[in-house]
Write a protein that binds this ligand. Structure first.
Ligand code: GLN
Length: 312
């Protein structure tokens, strides 16, 4: 049996010393100010044991990792009807790309690229006020973690609101195709604030537990989604969670994962562990450079892989 605690500590030491740390996101000003020397990792096993190392308790901007949880909420709200407005195919394009929307009638390829997540925010908004939807989202994150301290970082949200021209372009373009029902500025406000939630590796690993546990929160036994829905969310994380780096992540890590430009990656080893790694520097695809390396080493050393269920 692998000593998970020792593996996690060893990886944190290796990552703290790694010279090639990638580049922090600079299109959202407060993210550009984060120290690229940070590294944190938290692994929560199926029995609840938590192994954390490095900066695992420091909150960072979850950014696109929120898309896993907003998708979960939207499926809860409208079920499979969501798939009439968002696809389930990897895009092979950058997270903020607009090109496919023109030939695909304003239907985003999947819920994890920005365009898809903006449609998901529109679905969640429904006829509600933005602050009601954001309150629901925070309540969901707090209930999954059992932690009421989780909040949105207004400074990050305001910075993104001021410079989010690409997201505004995506939203307006989809609105022109009739794939947004609410006013564009309200939808973008919801989307940007969902991305601006701050959480630590430990909190994100707690929030991801239902995805390793067939849809149940193992701490409470409460059902979050059905086992089939948990499988499908994991499938989308595997195929689309790292944008045009999704194939590479599946090849190197072999676990469903979702990255964010804050440098976090949530990964799921079904039946075994919920994992979050954080290193702010990104690779050329906008995914955490050292977060990916750390998860690759964790998968290698534990033997965890969805392609080898008896490994580890
Ligand atoms: N809020 C960011 C954006 O919309 C999220 C992108 C990401 O994390 N990949 O650009």
């Amino acid at each position: 049996m692998a000593d998970i605690g020792a593996i996690v500590r060893e990886i944190a030491e290796e990552m703290a010393a790694a010279p090639d740390r990638g580049r922090v996101a600079d299109y959202i000003a407060p993210l550009a100010a984060i120290d690229p020397g940070k590294f944190g990792i938290a692994v929560i096993e199926a029995d609840g044991t938590c192994h954390a190392a490095g900066d695992a308790d420091e909150p960072f901007s979850i950014q696109s990792i929120c898309k896993v949880f907003t998708l979960t909420m939207a499926l809860g709200k409208v079920g499979d009807a969501l798939w009439q407005r968002v696809g389930r195919e990897p895009s092979g394009s950058a997270f903020n790309s607009i090109v496919q929307l023109e030939t695909e009638a304003g239907i985003p390829r999947n819920p994890f690229i920005n365009a898809g997540a903006i449609v998901v925010s529109d679905v969640l908004l429904g006829g509600l006020e933005p602050r009601e939807v954001l309150g629901e989202f925070l309540r969901f994150m707090r209930s999954l973690t059992g932690d009421d301290t989780i909040v949105m970082d207004e400074i990050v949200a305001r910075a993104e609101q001021a410079t989010g021209f690409r997201n505004a372009a995506l939203a307006n373009y989809m609105k022109a195709f009739g794939n947004l029902t609410n006013p564009v500025d309200r939808v973008l406000g919801v989307y940007i604030h969902q991305c601006a939630v701050a959480m630590s590796c430990r909190q994100l690993a707690l929030a991801g537990r239902f995805l390793m546990a067939r849809g149940r929160n193992p701490a409470t036994g409460g059902g979050v989604v059905s086992p089939g829905r948990a499988r499908r969310i994991n499938a989308l994380m595997m195929t689309c969670g790292h944008y045009d780096g999704s194939g590479e992540f599946a090849f190197r890590v072999g676990l469903p994962g979702k990255s964010g430009v804050g440098g976090g990656i949530l990964a799921v080893a079904p039946g075994r562990a919920s994992i979050c790694a954080w290193a702010p520097g990104l690779n050329e695809r906008g995914n955490s450079q050292l977060g990916s390396v750390a998860l690759e080493r964790l998968a290698q050393r534990t033997g965890w892989s969805v392609f080898d269920p008896v490994g580890g």
